[in-house]
Ligand binder design. Structure first.
Ligand SMILES: Nc1ncnc2c1ncn2[C@@H]1O[C@H](COP(=O)(O)OP(=O)(O)OP(=O)(O)O)[C@@H](O)[C@H]1O
Ligand SMILES: [Mg+2]
Length: 156
């Protein structure tokens, strides 16, 4: 069974559409971990998520680097974190993250690999990589709990 799924986009607009289609399937309490180099398209993808959730003015979504968290309201709440400048300890000391991760909205985190130890077990990971030209690949990994179930099945 292929537990991962990779999708390629060829432009920022395609990434926005991908983010929008993806976010429309999410539920309150879902946590999305974005991992990818500087300029790979994390924030563009979040703009798409905002669009998909019906946030007013989704194109004004930008990186919350200096405030760590921005909150948007559409059909559901969207908590947008950027933890580039923080480490795990700093993040935990700065705000009550559990309130968001296990809360009433959808959480998306740029540079989530910096805080991987405190991500909820059921998060969805998306690894964004540069491909030729303006192409970007989005590798979706299912929630860890499903991976574990599949792994256990193989052992049995
Ligand atoms: N296929 C694509 N998908 C997304 N962005 C693209 C694509 N092709 C080109 N771009 C450009 O790449 C840049 C992505 O910027 P963005 O701010 O989303 O990156 P980021 O991963 O959030 O960076 P940072 O780590 O600085 O927060 C934008 O300038 C965008 O126009
Ligand atoms: Mg960004």
């Amino acid at each position: 069974m292929n537990a991962n799924k990779t999708i390629i986009t060829a432009s920022p607009e395609e990434t926005i559409q991908l983010g929008a289609r993806f976010a429309a399937k999410l539920n309150a309490g879902d946590v999305v971990a974005l991992i990818g180099d500087l300029g790979s398209g994390k924030t563009v993808f979040v703009k798409g998520m905002a669009l998909g959730l019906g946030v007013k003015d989704p194109l004004y979504v930008n990186s919350p680097s200096f405030v760590i968290l921005k909150e948007y309201t559409g059909k559901k709440k969207l908590y947008h974190f950027d933890v580039y400048r923080l480490d795990q300890k700093g993040f935990c000391e700065t705000l009550d993250h559990e309130k968001y991760f296990y809360g009433d909205g959808i959480t998306v985190i740029e540079w989530a690999d910096k805080i991987d130890l405190i991500l909820p077990e059921g998060h969805v990971k998306i690894k964004i990589s540069y491909e030729a030209g303006d192409k970007r690949s989005f590798q979706f990994s299912p929630p860890e709990k499903y991976k574990k179930i599949i792994g256990d099945l193989r052992k049995a």
